[in-house]
Design a protein around this ligand. Structure first.
Ligand code: PLP
Length: 396
């Protein structure tokens, strides 16, 4: 059997290669940070990690994790409801709820699991999910696992959302679902308007804060802070794998009865291991760091503003962003790959995205800013962009 199947896979893989869609992975041999070393020996400035607050290799988090190894061991060897709940898990859940101004939190191995396990236990075929067309893959998969009626609206299009809400009036309960920040453009979901429409059409709201937690809002509390909606949104999901230290782990936080039901019925919670105590301990430390001062968030906001302003002044076309994601628009797929390759030669590590990851003729370089970037790093990146922009006649 496998001979035939191997041939089938080999053919399919070469099609992926020929289409230019094959994903090659670069190998990093240093900790994740503003500057990283590749296995080629090359040291580059990293502008493509989700390390928004520069915490991936933060000394205090590493210390907290090391201490927890001594006090709590390595793994839990259990799901939460059997014997996988530690004091650190409970403390982290409590601190996440405080951070977001919510009532309770449930941890998962990843936000992919949080999103995969949130819909099915809460809604049935009598209900409706109204989802933004650019929502993350894990939301799309989670919605597929649920029997609720599905409605889809164009990205951040409030007229379309209203139409879908009108169509969904037949159903018993309605849940509008949106990413907080859309990862390809860096735009923020118009949560203020979504919330108004939810009230008008009697719906609940869920926001995935993966790219916004720690980033958006004056103190990094996410889009609910930006729009003054703390405590008003029924469900928030998020990750410990981006701004929050970058290791692993996800969560759902929100109304306490919702969290209680998820603890009873959410399959990725019930049938998958508890996160390691060292991850919970570092998570607790991370939230303490973000509560004591606003230094990291301020630095990130300052860095983002600095980079965007310099790039706009240089003549680059950048999508309006309210996050730490800057989409440098090049429109042409091949050009995006050429620019990314030349930037790497200049020591700047970024990724060029093109169809089907972004719409046709919307190819771009996605730059992700971090609080770990020094002003020299940002200057070096802008200079490299300008040099290559001139070489390739992107800039006049
Ligand atoms: C990264 C991301 C996820 C997945 O988070 P993990 O914890 O890495 O599984 C989910 N939703 C959005 C919007 C994301 O950006």
């Amino acid at each position: 059997m496998y001979d035939n199947y191997r041939e089938h896979l080999t053919t399919h893989l070469s099609e992926i290669r020929e289409a230019g869609l094959y994903k090659n992975e670069r190998i990093i041999v240093s900790p994740q940070g503003a500057e990283i070393t590749l296995d080629t020996g090359q040291t580059v400035l990293n502008f493509c990690a989700n390390n928004y607050l520069g915490l991936s290799a933060n000394r205090e988090l590493v210390e907290a994790a090391k201490n927890a190894l001594d006090t709590h061991g390595y793994g839990m060897s259990s799901v939460r409801f059997i014997c996988g709940t530690g004091d650190l898990h409970k403390e982290l859940e409590h601190k996440l709820a405080q951070f977001f101004g919510t009532e309770d939190t449930i941890l998962y191995a990843a936000c992919f699991d949080a999103n995969g396990g949130v819909f099915e236990p809460l809604l049935t075929s009598e209900d409706a999910i109204i989802s933004d067309s650019l929502n993350h893959a894990s939301i799309i998969d989670g919605v597929r696992l649920c029997k609720a009626q599905r409605y889809r609206y164009e990205n951040a299009d409030m007229e379309d959302l209203e139409t879908q809400l009108q169509l969904a009036q037949e159903q018993r309960f309605r849940l509008i679902v949106t990413d907080g920040v859309f990862s390809m453009d860096g735009n923020v979901a118009p949560l203020d308007k979504i919330y108004q429409l939810a009230n008008k059409y009697n719906a609940m709201v869920m926001v995935d804060e993966c790219h916004s937690a720690g980033v958006v809002g004056e103190t990094g509390r996410g889009v609910t802070e930006l729009y003054n909606l703390r405590g008003k949104i029924e469900i928030i999901t998020g990750t410990l794998g981006k701004a929050f230290g970058g290791a692993i782990g996800g969560f759902t936080t929100g109304k306490k009865e919702i969290i209680e039901m998820l603890r009873q019925r959410s399959r990725p919670y019930l049938f998958s291991n508890a996160i390691p105590p060292l991850v919970a301990a570092a998570g607790i430390r991370m939230l303490e760091m973000m509560t004591g001062t606003n230094d990291l968030q301020d630095r990130l906001h300052h860095n983002t503003k600095y980079f965007v302003e310099k790039m706009l002044r240089a003549g680059f076309d950048i999508k309006p962003t309210q996050s730490a994601i800057c989409a440098v628009m090049l429109y042409d797929a091949k050009l995006s790959q050429e620019v990314a390759a030349r930037l790497l030669n200049e020591g700047i590590y970024v990724i060029g995205f093109y169809y089907p990851v972004v719409p046709k003729d919307q190819a771009r370089i996605r730059v992700q800013i971090s609080a770990a970037h020094e002003i020299e790093h940002l200057d070096k990146a802008v200079s490299a962009f300008i040099k290559i922009g001139k070489e390739l006649k992107i800039l006049k």
